[in-house]
Design a protein around this ligand. Sequence first.
Ligand SMILES: NC(=O)c1ccc[n+]([C@@H]2O[C@H](COP(=O)([O-])OP(=O)(O)OC[C@H]3O[C@@H](n4cnc5c(N)ncnc54)[C@H](OP(=O)(O)O)[C@@H]3O)[C@@H](O)[C@H]2O)c1
Length: 323
Amino acid sequence: MEYRRLGRSGLKVSELSFGSWVTYGNQLDTTAARECMAAAWDAGVNFFDNAEVYAAGKSEEIMGEALKKMGWPRLKYIVSTKFFWGITEGPNERNTLNRKYLLHGIDASLKRLQLDYVDLVFCHRPDPDTPVEETVWAMHDMVERGKALYWGTSEWPASAIREAWDIAERHHLRKPVMEQPEYNLFHRSRVEKEYAPLCDEIGLGLTTWSPLASGLLTGKYAKGIPADSRGAIPRMKFLVGDLTDKSKNEVVAKLGVVANELGCSLAQLAIAWCAANPHVSTVITGASRVAQVKENMGAAEVIAKLTPEVLARIDAIAGSAAD
Ligand SMILES: NC(=O)c1ccc[n+]([C@@H]2O[C@H](COP(=O)([O-])OP(=O)(O)OC[C@H]3O[C@@H](n4cnc5c(N)ncnc54)[C@H](OP(=O)(O)O)[C@@H]3O)[C@@H](O)[C@H]2O)c1
């Protein structure tokens, strides 16, 4: 496993990391979640991604329990959380990045995680009802109070990230360091077009999500929806159209030929492809079982095999299918 700088910050993150969306508290109980984290750790992962909203706080509790049980030195791992949607009802508790919610939310997350601080904290979506300046000050204060070390955004328009950065620059506040966007072979333009200038100009780091497009890029949906897959989970129904899309599955089958030639699995090829983008600081992987974690971590070995020629072949197969 290689470690990359998180954008222009001094923090080194493993190029592959591990997150808990959908799985923790839904598919994985505390023991299975801990085993997946341990498998990722054994492969060299030092960053574990989480969010307040994942399983309505349960995911943070599970990760907190796992971290406590494993007893890893705090200096050696990086944990994140994110705020926006909220987990309780009220005018200042849902879909907001206002100061009150953010400064309350971090205390509640730290309690669930049983940690004194998180390393990374993300504003999970933009909030049109809160001035960016208010959010920047709140994130700055969160960092100054020692509750988080670095802050960033997730799926914010580039213009809003730039606005936040400029406000922080003007007032000598903590700047946003990273953005967390979706990035995979079917979803490219935000990372490759919208964010690329920010990576170059202000040194924004990217912690990217859904490298397998929720499993589509493993080839497992070629013949419909396996009963034990994300696509079969009732509340994930919104993914089914994409997961079973005929033309996307044909692209995946063609990518399988390239994976075969490289001697790796489709999942490894798709994850390595994300990591091959030099603007990506870490690719956040997800898994519902230990065997998947082990397979996915093998992608670290595949990155070096993605020569310009191989990347051009992949582009020729998948480029026109991506948004
Ligand atoms: N910031 C955001 O808005 C945001 C949004 C989404 C995710 N994220 C972060 O990114 C992380 C990764 O996202 P993701 O879970 O969507 O990633 P993904 O890699 O696209 O999908 C992971 C899912 O694919 C299946 N899978 C994984 N490896 C496999 C393999 N080798 N073979 C077959 N199936 C495999 C598993 O589901 P099944 O086994 O159940 O089919 C697994 O849970 C999340 O945990 C979260 O931390 C952030």
